[in-house]
Design a protein around this ligand. Structure first.
Ligand code: SF4
Length: 253
């Protein structure tokens, strides 16, 4: 029986699968060390992480009558090879819509996962260059990550399923117009129909220094959303803030 390390299953989310009530399964482990990460216990595989078998997760999903979707997230879910067995089992045994969140570091796993999923979200942490070193806490290992992410982007482009690119707007890393414009050009190049900017929150961060940083204001999020929309006039651009939740950016905003 395939086993996985998970931090838990959260029920009844209305934020993780557009228009659906979803269960969210948090898988432990991540190859990145984004200093602003708000899931340090998952990344460092602390006590919160428990080993369960795939059947345990499938039973929990089957017993949940309120959900119509499942979202497999992390950490980085594709870091665990048995994630593929989980995705296949969810699709085959539950009939739920299935979304996968990934940071793109495992392109071969991603290629195997895509046939199982209905939606995919890819985190693009920064422009695809040396900015990734700081944004993902990779230091001088960032070039390998860029190669891997580009492979994942090519795979997603060929896939043609419902895909979304996401960037967290983090103070000092991605809170400038030029940075978001650069990422938006990548989003355009690889054909994502949806780009979402998420607001960083200074809570429970991997690097405690980020607890002292301020959340980007709603006004700044709107400004950055508009900058992205200018690069992506035919695509859907959204921002997500604590104040107003999801907001769609219109071309004339
Ligand atoms: S924010 Fe970064 S370190 Fe945290 S789980 Fe996501 S990719 Fe990993």
């Amino acid at each position: 029986m395939a086993e996985l390390k998970i931090a838990g299953i959260v029920d009844g989310s209305t934020l993780d699968y557009a228009g659906k009530v979803a269960a969210v399964i948090y898988l432990c482990g991540c190859p990145y060390r984004c200093p602003w990460c708000q899931n340090p216990e998952l990344v460092e595989q602390g006590e919160i992480c428990k080993t369960v078998d795939v059947d345990y997760i499938i039973s929990a999903l089957k017993d949940d009558f309120l959900i119509s979707a499942a979202c497999v997230t992390g950490g980085e879910p594709l870091m665990q090879k048995t994630c593929l067995e989980l995705l296949k089992a969810i699709k085959k045994e539950t009939g739920l819509l299935l979304k996968l969140d990934t940071n793109g570091y495992y392109p071969e796993m991603l290629a195997d996962a895509l046939p199982c999923v209905d939606r995919l979200s890819l985190d693009i942490k920064a422009p695809l260059g040396e900015e990734y070193a700081a944004a993902a806490g990779l230091g001088d290992k960032y070039p390998e990550a860029i190669v891997r992410i580009k492979k994942s982007l090519e795979t997603i482009k060929k896939w043609g399923g419902v895909s979304e690119a996401r960037t967290t707007v983090v103070p000092g890393i991605t809170d400038r117009k030029e940075v978001i414009e650069s990422i938006a050009r990548t989003v355009d190049e690889y054909g994502f129909p949806l780009y979402t900017l998420q607001q960083f929150r200074p809570m429970n961060t991997l690097d405690p220094a980020y607890m002292k940083k301020k959340s980007p204001s709603h006004a700044l999020m709107l400004e950055l959303g508009r900058a992205a929309k200018n690069i992506l006039p035919e695509k859907t651009v959204k921002i997500f803030t604590q104040l107003k939740g999801f907001e769609k950016i219109s071309s004339d905003a």
